[in-house]
Ligand binder design. Structure first.
Ligand SMILES: Cc1cc2nc3c(=O)[nH]c(=O)nc-3n(C[C@H](O)[C@H](O)[C@H](O)COP(=O)(O)OP(=O)(O)OC[C@H]3O[C@@H](n4cnc5c(N)ncnc54)[C@H](O)[C@@H]3O)c2cc1C
Length: 399
């Protein structure tokens, strides 16, 4: 499956930081992680202090799936508004999901502090009302989020204008948000873990899995066998073949990055910005003051249509940005597109399938994919160590 089109900014900016050998000999491990994207790297991170031998294998170079395409906005706000999520999964699980995403930002803050290549920065997050009708929904969201302890402000038109320079009838400004270079972070985590209890092999695709008593045998495309006690499936949108049915819907999302602009031209605290409409426009900046704009999603994920649509979508993204910020020069330097999965409730699928013990899924489908990878890493660590995790049921396959 082609996960991406064109070249994401992160790849061209710094190229691939590390490559790993491919697996050429039969090997035995305690835990094998299939997929060396951000989900696999974070899963390895949470197992780094154990005495277990961990293998991470990927059929591409590490991070070269969806992770390389990620625009790296970190927001506790799930694509499904809290009010709607409460009706879908119940008040308690919806509230916990929002709180867990907020805590995952705090957790990533601590992790990323060690890794400069993660380019992690805390930023405020503005969600503006795309229409007058949505302003009412934002007011309701404000009350619900406040009630669960989220630190945010409800901005009116005048306050949005004074901080951001454009006019929208209402907006929610949250303190706890951030931006990251997911590709850089993935490589940093894998390099760190390979200095501990993990071995990383790229260009090592898994072709088959066979359960043998209480163990597994994995077969690679090169004909090598891995014996392992436990498996973590972190294959992103290519995990389908390990699942009994479809759990996500694939779309395409598009992104562009401009040439650097003057810092003074940018808005309030370089906040990350998104909106209430669906699909939504999303905006962030980079360390060198480039502007990244994404959105204009399509309901298909095929690479042929995606490649063809890219030039038109880049123009549309530029146009939408310039409507908000007409005074900021918008000269596109990079553009790309990628497959993007969503679930019926906006939550990820994490854990084991009924009747299939010791195979753990880390499927962070949705706009919060990176934060979902953190939650998945924590839950799977606990499941592997047979420790109770009180949140595991929220994201299980039988919900
Ligand atoms: C354009 C775009 C923008 C996005 N923006 C954001 C954002 O702002 N914030 C956010 O949180 N999320 C965002 N996402 C989503 C986020 O990027 C994903 O949730 C995340 O990258 C998924 O990581 P992953 O490790 O699960 O999957 P991947 O990065 O795809 O990694 C899976 C890996 O598994 C490997 N693999 C698959 N099958 C096999 C096999 N059989 N054997 C061996 N290896 C295998 C693949 O080669 C791949 O490297 C965005 C996605 C896109 C496309």
């Amino acid at each position: 499956m082609d996960l991406r089109s064109y070249y994401p900014y992160w790849l061209l900016d710094k190229s691939i930081p590390a490559i790993y050998p491919s697996l050429l000999q039969n090997i035995t491990a305690d835990v094998t992680i299939i997929g060396a994207g951000i989900s696999g790297a974070i899963a390895a991170w949470y197992l780094r202090n154990s005495s277990e031998k961990v293998l991470v294998v990927d059929r591409r170079h590490a991070g070269m799936g969806s992770t390389a395409a990620s625009t790296g906005l970190l927001q506790y706000e799930i694509d499904t508004p809290l009010a709607r999520l409460q009706t879908l999964v119940g008040i308690s699980n919806a509230n916990k999901s929002y709180i867990l995403c907020s805590q995952a930002i705090t957790e990533l803050t601590k992790i990323c502090r060690r890794f400069p290549a993660s380019e992690f920065e805390m930023r405020p997050s503005l969600q503006y009302a795309s229409s007058l009708r949505d302003a009412g929904c934002l007011r309701k969201e404000f009350e619900l989020r406040k009630k669960i302890g989220i630190d945010l402000e409800l901005l009116d038109e005048r306050e949005i204008k004074s901080r951001f320079g454009f006019s929208k009838s209402a907006g929610l400004l949250s303190k706890n948000a951030a931006e990251v270079n997911a590709f850089g972070l993935t490589h940093s985590l894998l390099q760190y873990c390979s200095g501990k209890n993990a071995e990383v092999y790229d260009h090592t695709g898994i072709k088959g899995i066979r359960r043998v008593k209480k163990q597994f045998e994995l077969f690679t495309a090169n004909g090598v066998r891995i014996k392992t006690r436990k498996i973590i499936i972190a294959c992103g949108y290519e995990s389908k073949k390990y699942l009994p049915r479809k759990f996500d819907q694939l779309h395409t999302t598009y992104a562009v990055v401009t040439e650097p602009v003057a810092r003074e031209a940018l808005w309030y605290n370089k906040a990350v910005i998104w909106e209430t409409s669906s699909p939504y426009l999303y905006i962030r900046t980079t360390r060198d003051n480039r502007i990244l704009v994404g959105g204009k999603d399509d309901d298909f994920s095929g690479s042929f249509k995606r490649d063809k649509a890219m030039p038109r979508k880049a123009k549309m993204l530029a146009h939408s940005f310039s409507k908000l910020f007409p005074h900021i020069p918008f000269i596109i330097d990079y553009n790309w597109a990628g497959a993007f999965g969503s679930t019926k409730d906006g939550l990820p699928y994490i854990g084991e399938l009924a009747g299939k013990p010791n195979i753990y899924f880390a499927l962070g489908f949705g706009g919060n994919g990176i934060l979902f990878s953190v939650i998945a890493g924590q839950i799977i660590r606990d499941l592997i160590y047979e420790k109770k995790n009180e949140h595991a049921d929220i994201f299980n396959f039988s919900r």
